[in-house]
Write a protein that binds this ligand. Structure first.
Ligand SMILES: *Cc1c(COP(=O)(O)O)cnc(C)c1O
Length: 397
């Protein structure tokens, strides 16, 4: 008899042979500018902890205090017995921060997209998605029974073409949902959400933006892409985000109308059937909002650091693509070159991972750097000097 689990090893070995397996690095201690990875002291250049909040004293204090007042776990899913005052407080604080009528917190951003998108459109409806949208959006779309259409990346003309074709469909679609990432994580470009929202309004479509990489980065005090473009909630109906990136903790969320939130929590299976956040998580997220509201220096530093690093890398002759955000790709072409560059950077004390095919086109392999507000001028000069040294050694510049 054939071993029914033989495929597990075969497929894994196949990934290893093709160098497509994830080689996990171990972070020993907090995610700080200088940190210990695989036993080596390195400069962190690839975390999503844009503002350094994951190790901020106010967040840590709030988490510890919540353990003392509320315990280590919530004891249940929210619709049964796991809906704590602290969860409600977080949602109120988030809605206020986002200038929205209401907000809802999910366990993760992935759970928000998978649980909500699948409910917003169904049989007889259409979901229109940017071709480079995040995997959690793709899974949310796959879980719905709606028809799907994809438009070329951030291409408003192509979105218009899809919408025009949609008009001819018989019987007419009942609902149309347009979904885009706010900031695209591979290239750091910003979606033309103002134009997308306009097209949505003209065509009676609902607009959904996933702002995982825009929060804490764009808009007034890091409020995100809707604030960045000063858009009304009558045109962007679902603003989705996560506490796992710039907010420095974990948890997904949506903001919009009360109707949206009432619908979302009653319909999302990921929300209904999965345990709620431990109190420490909710408390740390509230503290993160506090910090964003009261300490504007973090977002300012993030942008100062971003401008300084991008200019220096450009001056050195690196190809840093067309990023408009603190995500700066260093594009080198061949995947082997990107991997070698990452290894050499790590040996010299800079931790930045390669991104290669199939995540990006075969000839666009890169190191993806993500800027951090907690890095000092000295840290940045060290990173730039290291890129220069190895870039020359490898004949990239
Ligand atoms: C990280 C990310 C998510 C998932 O968020 P989590 O809270 O980490 O599950 C969703 N969408 C985008 C665009 C992301 O970058």
């Amino acid at each position: 008899m054939r071993d029914p689990t033989a495929f597990l090893r075969e497929e894994y070995e196949d990934l290893v042979k093709n160098e497509l397996d994830w080689k996990l690095k171990i972070l020993q201690g907090p995610s700080t500018p200088w940190c210990i990875v695989d036993g080596k002291k390195v400069l962190m250049f690839c975390s999503n902890n844009y503002l350094g909040l994951s190790n901020h004293p106010k967040l840590k204090e709030a988490a510890i205090k919540a353990v003392q007042t509320h315990g280590a776990g919530s004891g249940s899913v929210r619709p049964i017995a796991g809906n704590m005052d602290i969860h409600i407080e977080l949602e109120k604080r988030l809605a206020k921060f986002k200038h929205a009528e209401a907000s809802l917190v999910y366990q993760t951003g992935f759970a928000a997209n998978a649980g909500l998108i699948s409910q917003l459109a169904s049989k007889g409806d259409l979901i229109i998605s940017d071709e480079l949208n995040h995997g959690s959006i793709i899974d949310g779309v796959r879980l719905s029974h709606a028809e799907r259409a994809v438009y070329k990346h951030s291409n408003v003309q192509d979105l218009q073409r899809v919408l025009e074709e949609t008009e001819k469909h018989q019987p007419p679609y009942m609902r149309i949902l347009i979904i885009t990432d706010g900031v695209f994580s591979m290239d750091g470009d910003i979606a033309p959400l103002d134009e997308i929202a306009e097209l949505g309004a003209e065509n009676g479509a609902m607009v959904y933006v996933d702002d995982a990489h825009g929060e804490g980065v764009l808009g007034e005090s890091g409020r995100g892409i809707v604030s960045h473009f000063k858009l009304g909630r009558d045109k962007v109906h679902v603003e989705m985000g996560t506490f796992s990136k710039a907010f420095g903790v974990v948890g997904g969320h949506i903001s919009g109308s009360k109707d949206l939130v009432n619908f979302a929590y009653n319909k999302s299976r990921t929300w209904l059937l999965s345990g709620s956040h431990p109190p420490a998580v909710a408390a740390a997220c509230i503290a993160a909002i506090d910090v964003l509201e009261n300490e504007p220096q973090h977002v300012q530093r993030l942008w100062e650091n971003t401008r300084y690093f991008k200019q220096a890398m450009k001056d050195l002759g690196f190809d840093i693509g067309n990023s408009q955000t603190p995500i700066t790709p260093v594009i080198v072409g061949e995947s082997g070159v990107a991997k070698k560059l990452s290894t050499r950077l790590f040996e010299e004390g800079v931790f930045a991972l390669p991104i290669v095919y199939p995540m990006v086109a075969r000839d666009k392999a890169r190191i993806r750097t993500i800027m951090n507000a907690a890095l000092t001028q000295e840290d940045l000069d060290f990173a730039i000097g290291t890129f220069e040294k190895i870039g020359k050694e490898m004949h990239i510049i």
